[in-house]
Design a protein around this ligand. Structure first.
Ligand code: FAD
Ligand code: FES
Length: 501
């Protein structure tokens, strides 16, 4: 089980977690990268390959964040659709988005080959289809927009599935998949070989811009560097600006055995809302079907059994699928204009960020590596303006407003009562937020009957946390900070835990 989480992903089950000694002294380096997920490690690797001295710090293990919870489709076929990207970023912006994601898959392929990483990197096609009975006009429009963006794709009468007639499908050629755990472990070994250092179990609490930059850990050690990168999935260095431009969503995945040959190897995804996506993974002799989807805003659950919904959806289409043996959830950050924020942290000089990678964090994280390497080394990169964290797209104003009205509404939770009279009344395996005088208390009674109580006030900007019964964590519905039952912070933007009750 991953630290602070209740579920374990297929990648964690099938590859050991990699850790390094924590930082134990003040050090000086050229570039300090915070976060050992795909974004941080790719940035560190590409810089180290150019002879730059890099130091990577992570509060957990290598790939122990969302990179360890992905489903690892490598897609240039962006699921927010090229019709929408054209409206938000123009035809040229959509073209650059397609080109950069395709380049990211190429880069992963090159790294795998150069470093000899054994991670089952495979090229395969991807198929987009609509739910039964829905108009396929959307596929025609997407075909036209994706073609304008330069992607190689074709309309087909159905996806190549024996048991399940998808109806019309849009095929995107030359997508990919890999084992993300083994890939990032390979990156970590390569960084070390190139002279870089990695420290896990090292939490960063402050990144102070300047010349040099100072990165401070919770143990009080300071890393002094020419530049720093916050590749922490969501920046842990920004109180406000970026967090108003992206929204945290929970997303779910299951893996179940299926007879080899029953599903043609490819990536599949539909246009339902919330949508579903499917791929295969070979685990020794067993073929596993990975099914993902069921996204909803963090802390704003609909009380659905998301895993069962995924399993039911998949079994209706592939009756030969066995019982799901692994199930897990994770968090993605949805940017208001559909593309990640990668570049200089707004208002700062030597601090860079990579965030807002939505369901395309494998490619967005790799784009981050390429783009941040170029920015830090002072090279031009034609993707820089598209991904600039300071950008404002007028066409995204409605989405910006919708997400921020949603965040504002979360503060009304301060006025709400609890469904249970007092923490003492909580049944085993249940949790609720209570009012105690002027305080709000997050209380959880575990299966042994022990009561765990912490402050319910998120230290980031004061929203009240909500119980996540899948992972047994307290999640903040405003910007996605997450906390263990004892209040320890798991995910930023908060850098400190929930106070004791
Ligand atoms: C269920 C699921 C399915 C997905 N499917 C896909 C898919 O098919 N294709 C795709 O492209 N993307 C997918 N994604 C998205 C993708 O997995 C993520 O966007 C991507 O892994 C993010 O990588 P990252 O390096 O930015 O962040 P992470 O992997 O989360 O890495 C950030 C690291 O920073 C560390 N950290 C955080 N705070 C601190 C701190 N204060 N100090 C030190 N370290 C810190 C964390 O421990 C973590 O290791 C999926 C995500 C989920 C959850
Ligand atoms: S994450 Fe911003 S208020 Fe909680």
């Amino acid at each position: 089980m991953d630290k602070g989480q209740n579920t374990t992903s297929l990648w964690t089950v099938t590859s050991p977690q990699l850790s390094f000694p924590p930082l134990s002294a003040d050090i000086t380096t050229q570039v300090c990268i915070v976060g050992a997920g795909i974004a941080g490690l790719t940035t560190a690797y590409l810089l180290a390959r150019e002879g730059t001295q890099v130091t990577v710090l992570d509060s957990g293990d290598v790939g122990g964040g969302e990179t360890g919870r992905t489903t690892a489709h490598l897609a240039s076929a962006l699921d927010d659709r090229f019709t929408k990207l054209e409206k938000l970023h123009g035809v040229e912006g959509a073209r650059l988005a397609a080109q950069s994601h395709a380049a990211a898959i190429d880069e992963i392929g090159r790294i795998v080959q150069t470093e000899g990483i054994d991670c089952d990197f495979t090229r395969l096609d991807g198929y987009l289809f609509v739910p039964p009975g829905e108009s396929t006009d959307l596929l025609d429009q997407e075909y036209a927009a994706a073609t304008r963006a330069g992607l190689s794709c074709d309309l087909m009468s159905r996806a190549p599935l024996n048991y399940f007639d998808t109806g019309h499908a849009l095929c995107f050629y030359n997508q990919g998949q890999f084992h993300p755990g083994r890939y990032v472990a390979g990156l970590a070994h390569a960084i070390q070989r190139l002279g870089g250092t990695i420290h896990t179990a090292t939490r960063v609490v402050e990144v102070k811009d300047g010349n040099p930059v100072r990165v401070v850990t919770s143990e009080g050690h300071v890393v002094t560097a020419r530049a720093a990168v916050a590749a922490t999935n969501t920046p842990v260095i920004d109180r406000f600006q970026i967090h108003t431009k992206q929204a945290p969503y929970r997303t779910y995945a299951i893996a179940a055995p299926i007879p080899t040959g029953d599903v043609t190897p490819a990536l599949y995804w539909d246009t339902a809302d919330p949508y579903h996506y499917v791929r295969l993974e070979q685990v020794d002799e067993q073929t596993m079907l990975i099914v993902g989807g069921e996204d909803h805003k963090t802390g704003q659950d609909t009380n659905r059994d998301h895993f069962r919904c995924l399993e039911t959806w998949a079994r209706e289409r592939w009756p030969s699928m066995g019982r799901a043996t692994v199930q897990w959830s994770g968090q993605v950050l949805e940017p208001v204009d559909s593309l990640a924020y990668i570049g200089r942290n707004p208002g700062e000089h030597n601090v860079y960020i990579a965030t807002g990678d939505s369901g395309h964090g494998m490619t967005h994280g790799t784009i981050a590596g390429i783009l941040l390497r170029d920015l830090i080394l002072g090279r031009g990169n034609e993707w820089a303006a598209l991904y600039d964290p300071a950008r404002k797209r007028l066409a995204a104003a409605a989405e910006y407003l919708k997400e921020n009205v949603n965040v504002a509404a979360q503060y009304l939770d301060w006025l709400k009562g609890s469904p249970v009279a007092s923490p003492e009344d909580l049944r085993p395996n249940s949790a609720a937020v209570f009012t105690k005088g002027t305080h709000k208390i997050a209380a959880y009674r575990d299966s042994s009957g022990a009561l765990h109580q912490v402050s319910a006030v998120c230290p980031h900007l004061g929203c009240l946390v909500a119980w996540n019964e899948v992972e047994n964590t307290w999640d903040c519905p405003c910007h996605g900070s997450r906390f263990d039952i004892d209040g320890t912070v798991i995910n930023g933007p908060a850098v400190t835990g929930l106070k004791s009750a």
